[in-house]
Design a protein around this ligand. Structure first.
Ligand code: ADP
Ligand code: ZN
Length: 621
């Protein structure tokens, strides 16, 4: 990896940066400089090269195709599966003075005709198209009548059959190359593994594309994984104590849980909305739109929600069920803090999650190889949950990237203790061994722990388990501590959930070494007190504004809300918080000074400059 955090796997000549790109970046987007490898990517595509870009969410992928589309003659055709977001994308570009439009199934005949005509007449800088639309005869004929600057294939991981975002239409996109061999193609995704990258290149026939793999680190996101106890209470505490009034996403595994949780949060006075594939299209669209347009809405959702959501000020992503893979988890948490300001990724997980997911894998359709793949993905996720070292280091290691401990995750901030759990593990494994001998009996974690702790429950009495040699040998640990031991044994593959025994616990090949004392087992110690979810917010990334600037910032937000409402667009389409903060600090009194603020391009200066200066002047009076 090179020192700017990017690996460039291409072989073409190092390019000379194009002055037109820098000019457009400043004039249209109001940004001073490219980030990371944006410059190299933009130059490469402007010169007609193909590119495959892997950048984390919030890394700045859009500029990589938007700028070349504006530099190269013709229209940039953007292929995106996210029909529901195309309107917002086009609105945001229009606010910047870019000529953009989309073609998808939500349009009526007249709108379609207008867009087609504008494209053929060369009046569009960017055209967004859904993949299924692109593959139609009509669309291909249309495209051959105009001039195409480039093809951008967004969310390119949708071509991968293994991911949960697979879209069969994406497979058809390899034809772009055959039909338009001289038009550069740029494929973009936030999915980071090498396997996916190779698969994308292959399936989209991006044979000569340069690969750009960015650092996937998102330093402003604080990772926090807690033991699940009373998850609703824990979630509520997080929302109230750390994120009052903030916009965020709460991910759940099932539709029912989404609805229950949203209802619960609403009853607690939190502005929460549900989102899952079982809701009608109209409800989904409406909830999504409220989340994007209004401040401080909490979306409770299954993973059906979130791809392509480019709301920059999502302050937290909370998972109240264990995600199925690190890859999915990282994408979901990446939706927090796209604006670079501090954000939280919070996950609560418990024994039940492990048992449930193992069972789901065992019961899933598909061959052994498929199940093994799911199992390995889950193991990696469990490893992340149980690690005593830096979470971020662990996450990035999964994507083949190495960093030093981050200082912004729970383990870095409050290093957990580890303890020698060998004896405890031996006790638990022997108890399970004894119980396994009693054929045909079903029991769960609760009963096992009761036996270890020597509790005289009706169940213990009924089965005569009080006479087992292991009865009462584990009184030295609390019930919670035993659950933690059990979870870690499961996570490490020292125990399994036996399918034939219908969810009963069973030993594995690895258990023997522990039982025989051939292996020492270090375990993570959970805090005994109820888990405190809060750690002080990092001040380094979002220093408090001085009081005067804070007043200006609030006033500008109010002003922005009014404009956004009258234009029918999300507030961040007008200006990001980060831009308003900078204005509040700089207190410009001329249009020229205002133009220097990052995020203020020429069109926005024209549209809103006077109004902002007036807003500031009024406050100064
Ligand atoms: P992605 O599509 O990779 O998730 P975006 O393209 O939405 O990310 O960019 C994330 C945020 O970063 C956006 O708010 C964008 O305006 C901002 N951004 C991107 N590139 C730059 C840059 N060179 N300078 C300043 N801000 C940038
Ligand atoms: Zn860390």
């Amino acid at each position: 990896m090179s020192d700017h955090g990017f690996t460039n796997l291409g072989i073409a000549d190092p390019s000379i940066s194009d002055p037109r790109a820098a000019e457009i970046l400043a004039r249209v987007f109001g940004y001073e400089s490219f980030r990371g490898d944006q410059q190299a990517i933009v130059d490469h595509v402007i010169q007609g090269g193909d590119a495959l870009v892997l950048m984390p969410t919030g890394g700045g992928k859009s500029l990589c195709y938007q700028v070349p589309s504006l530099v190269r003659p013709g229209t940039g055709v953007v292929i995106s599966p996210l029909i529901a977001l195309m309107q917002d994308q086009v609105d945001a570009l229009t606010e910047l003075g870019v000529r953009a439009a989309f073609l998808n199934s939500t349009q009526d005949w007249q709108d379609t005709r207008d867009v087609e005509r504008a494209f053929v007449a060369g009046e569009l800088d960017l055209l967004y198209v859904a993949p299924e639309r692109l593959l139609t005869e009509r669309c291909q004929q249309l495209l051959s009548r105009g001039r195409i600057a480039l093809f951008a294939i967004d969310e390119a991981h949708c071509v991968s059959q293994w991911g949960h975002d697979f879209r069969p239409e994406y497979l058809g996109l390899s034809m772009l190359h055959e039909q338009w061999p001289n038009v550069p193609r740029i494929a973009l995704t936030a999915t980071a593994t090498d396997v996916t990258r190779v698969e994308i290149a292959e399936r989209l026939a991006l044979n000569d594309a340069r690969h750009y793999v960015a650092s996937f680190d998102r330093p402003n996101i604080r990772y926090h994984i807690v033991e699940k106890q009373d998850v609703r209470r824990q979630l509520l505490q997080l929302l109230r104590q750390e994120h009052a009034g903030d916009a965020g996403i709460v991910y759940c595994l099932s539709r029912n849980k989404v609805e229950d949780t949203a209802e619960f949060l609403c009853a607690q006075g939190i502005d929460a909305l549900p989102y899952h594939a079982g809701l009608g299209a109209a409800v989904r669209a409406q909830n999504q739109s409220r989340f994007l347009r209004e401040d401080g809405v909490v979306m409770v959702a299954t993973i059906a929600f979130g791809m392509g959501i480019d709301k920059p000020d999502v302050r937290f992503v909370a998972h109240i069920d264990l995600p199925k893979s690190v890859e999915g988890y990282y994408q979901e948490t990446g939706r927090a803090g796209r604006d670079g300001l501090p954000a939280t990724a919070w996950l609560a997980y418990g024994l039940q999650d492990v048992v449930q997911q193992r069972r789901m894998i065992d019961e899933s359709a598909g061959d052994d190889a498929f199940r093994r793949r799911l199992g390995a993905a889950l193991d990696a996720m469990l490893g992340l949950c149980e690690t005593v070292s830096c979470r971020r280091q662990r996450l990035l290691q999964y994507f083949g990237q190495s960093i030093t401990p981050c200082g912004n995750c729970d383990n870095c901030l409050t290093p957990p203790e580890s303890w020698d759990g060998t004896v405890a593990a031996q006790k638990m494994l022997s108890a399970i061994y004894r119980l396994m001998k009693e054929r045909g009996q079903r029991y769960g974690a609760g009963h096992l722990i009761d036996i270890l702790r020597g509790k005289e429950t009706p169940r213990v009495l009924e089965h005569g388990h009080g006479t087992l040699t292991v009865y009462g040998i584990g009184q030295d640990l609390s019930e919670q501590a035993w659950r933690s031991v059990l979870r870690q044994l499961l996570a490490q593959g020292l125990l399994m959930v036996d399918q034939e025994g219908y969810g009963t616990l069973a030993l594995t090949d690895l258990s023997r070494a522990v039982l025989k004392g051939e292996r020492t087992l270090m375990l993570r110690r959970e805090a005994d007190k109820p888990v405190k979810t809060t750690t002080p917010r990092s001040k380094s990334l979002q220093p408090d504004l001085p009081r005067a600037a804070q007043t200006v910032f609030e006033a500008l937000r109010t002003w922005r809300a009014g404009i956004a409402r009258s234009h029918g667009v999300p507030a961040y389409v007008i200006f990001h918080d980060a831009t308003l903060r900078e204005i509040a600090l700089a207190m410009p009194d001329t249009l020229e000074d205002l133009g220097f603020v990052s995020g203020v391009g020429i069109k926005k200066l024209e549209s809103y400059g006077e109004s902002i200066l007036q807003c500031i002047a009024e406050l100064a009076e």
